[in-house]
Design a protein around this ligand. Structure first.
Ligand code: NDP
Ligand code: 8X3
Length: 258
């Protein structure tokens, strides 16, 4: 039987757009208490009423850049008492920067991807998981990618961050074995969100080409997958889900409609 998440606290990082917003909304429909963060405060304010409308038992938002080790530690330590018992952590905040040969790339792109996708995920995990272990309940769901399964041309560092995510998820699951805390990695292929717009620094024409002439995954497809994994009975761990558009067979084998 599916687990009830009514009144449980679900924390989604990077919920000001894309998969994060859709995931928060999907959990809200189940009557969970939703806590979200991201760097853009205006977007957090815009998502909050949508979450209440969707059925969230309560909503808490705060601006956070997960790249900041101190910022993450302070934000989690400073949570109001009633928001501390996080049941589900969705480590979703992440990004890609550029699509360039590694040996010619701007090093700043690497810093941003590694600091967000790898170190940011670790900082949040380190701050939240001890409470789960102490309470004897919890589930960490990390956003990986098909990019973590095989490197593709000009995206090597992004792929490396998602390969790291895969091993971090495996390592965390091993370290938590013997506790009831579960770990899942959800690894999508092409999902049409702000992802490519961010990758190409606002070049919307180039971003749109990524998804031209295919039916890409939607943020809602991924949100539903995450909620499915989260609502399996307590004795079931979905370790990983690799999910692609039907038009995509691997990280770089995609058939476009002519
Ligand atoms: P979007 O760009 O639409 O959303 C990314 C979210 O992450 C935003 O809410 C953004 O918020 C947040 N974010 C980025 N950097 C930080 C930071 N330093 N601190 C806090 N929040 C941050 O992309 P997606 O929804 O597509 O991406 C979500 C996750 O899914 C990422 O981890 C991505 O790698 C992964 N993924 C995406 C795929 C795709 O094809 N779209 C496929 C596979 C995986 P803000 O800017 O307000 O901080
Ligand atoms: C995002 C999917 O293939 O654009 O992680 O890297 S891909």
């Amino acid at each position: 039987m599916a687990l009830s998440l009514k009144n449980k606290i679900v924390f989604v990082t990077g919920a000001t757009a894309g998969i994060g917003t859709a995931t928060a909304l999907e959990f809200a429909k189940l009557g969970a208490k939703i806590m979200i963060c991201g760097r853009r405060s205006d977007k957090l304010s815009a998502v909050e009423p949508q979450l209440r409308e969707a059925g969230a038992a309560d909503v808490h938002t705060f601006a956070l850049d997960v790249q900041s080790r101190e910022g993450v530690a302070n934000a989690i330590a400073g949570l109001p008492h009633e928001w501390k018992a996080v049941e589900i952590l969705v480590n979703n905040a992440g990004l890609s920067r550029g699509l360039t040969k590694m040996y010619e790339d701007d090093i700043q792109n690497w810093e941003e991807m590694i600091d967000t996708n790898v170190k940011g995920l670790l900082y949040v995990t380190r701050a939240i998981v001890p409470g789960m272990v102490e309470r004897g309940s919890g589930h960490v769901i990390n956003l990986g990618s098909i990019a973590g399964h095989a490197a593709y041309p000009n995206g090597g560092v992004y792929c490396a961050t998602k390969a790291a995510e895969r091993f971090i998820s495996d390592g965390l699951r091993i370290d938590l074995n013997g506790t009831p805390v579960r770990v899942t990695t959800v690894d999508p292929g092409m999902v049409e969100t702000e992802f490519s717009l961010v990758r190409f620094r606002g070049d919307s024409e180039r971003a749109a080409k990524t998804y031209a002439n295919i039916d890409p995954l939607t943020a809602e497809d991924i949100a539903e997958t995450i909620v499915w994994a989260a609502t399996r009975p307590a004795h079931v761990t979905i370790q990983s889900v690799l999910i692609t558009p039907t038009a995509q067979a691997s990280a770089y084998v995609v058939t476009r409609k002519s």
